[in-house]
Design a protein around this ligand. Structure first.
Ligand code: GRF
Length: 207
C-alpha cells in the first residue's frame, strides 16, 4: 500500500473526490495517509476529519524562509512515510528540494487543457476568466506530474469540457470540476498507486 499525502488550501472538493473514491475502493494500492493544509481555516480539513484522515497544518508565513518551510513539509512526508504527494488546490509553492526528492511522485490538478491557460498567474477563477476572454469553445482539466516548471510537468490525464453560451467564470469552474477534475484526479492517483504510470521524458504512458 502506498501512502498518499494530499495538500490543500481551500474548499477541498478534489480532496472529497479522492476520499469518496477511496471509500468505494476506487484507489487501488494506495491510501490517503494525511491531509496537509497551508491554511488553518480550509474547509478541506473538515472533510479529512469527517473521513477519519489525520490532518496537519503548515502555514508558509509561520516559517522564517522557504527553506525552513520545505524542511517542515519534508519532515511530515517522512513521518507519514509518504510515497505520493497530491496537490489538490494547494496554493503555496513547492520547493526544488521536494520536487527533486519526489521526482515524478507529485501530482497536480489544473483546471484547463495544458498548455492552454496555465503557468504563473493562472490559478482559481483566473483560469476560467482567461478561457472565456479568449473565446475558446472547449476547455477542461489536466492531471500532471510536477517538475520545476510551473504547470510544465509530464501530462498524465486530460478531459475536455465544452464551454456554453452564457457561461461565467463561476459556472465554467463548477462544470470543469464536476465533469473533469473530480473524475480525473482519483483515476490518476489510482493508476499511480497501481504502478501503471511510466514516465518517458515529457510523455506518460499508461501501462
Ligand atoms: C481546483 O480548481 C483545482 O483544479 C485547482 O484548485 C482548485 C481546488 O479546488 N488546482 P478544491 O479545493 O479542490 O475545491
Amino acid at each position: 500500500m502506498l501512502n498518499i499525502a494530499v495538500l490543500v488550501s481551500g474548499g477541498g472538493t478534489n480532496l472529497q473526490a479522492l476520499l469518496d473514491a477511496q471509500a468505494r475502493g476506487g484507489i487501488h494500492g494506495g491510501k490517503i495517509a494525511c491531509v496537509i493544509s497551508s491554511r488553518p481555516d480550509a474547509y478541506a480539513l473538515t472533510r479529512a476529519q469527517n473521513a477519519g484522515v489525520p490532518t496537519e497544518i503548515a502555514v508558509r508565513r509561520s516559517f522564517p524562509d522557504a527553506d525552513a518551510y520545505e524542511d517542515a513539509l519534508l519532515g511530515l512526508f517522512d513521518r507519514y512515510r509518504i510515497d505520493l504527494i497530491v496537490l489538490a488546490g494547494f496554493m503555496t509553492i513547492i520547493g526544488a528540494r521536494i520536487i527533486r526528492r519526489y521526482e515524478n511522485k507529485i501530482i497536480n490538478i489544473h483546471p484547463s487543457l495544458i498548455p492552454s491557460f496555465c503557468g504563473a498567474g493562472f490559478y482559481g477563477l483566473h483560469v476560467h476568466e482567461a478561457a472565456l476572454a479568449r473565446g475558446v469553445k472547449v476547455t477542461g482539466a489536466t492531471v500532471h506530474f510536477v517538475n520545476e516548471v510551473c504547470d510544465g510537468g509530464p501530462i498524465i490525464l486530460q478531459k475536455p469540457v465544452l464551454v456554453e453560451d452564457g457561461d461565467t467564470p463561476e459556472t465554467l469552474q463548477r462544470r470543469v470540476m464536476e465533469q473533469a477534475e473530480w473524475e480525473l484526479l482519483p483515476k490518476a492517483v489510482s493508476l499511480f498507486c497501481e504502478g501503471r504510470l511510466s514516465v518517458d521524458g515529457s510523455r506518460v504512458r499508461i501501462l
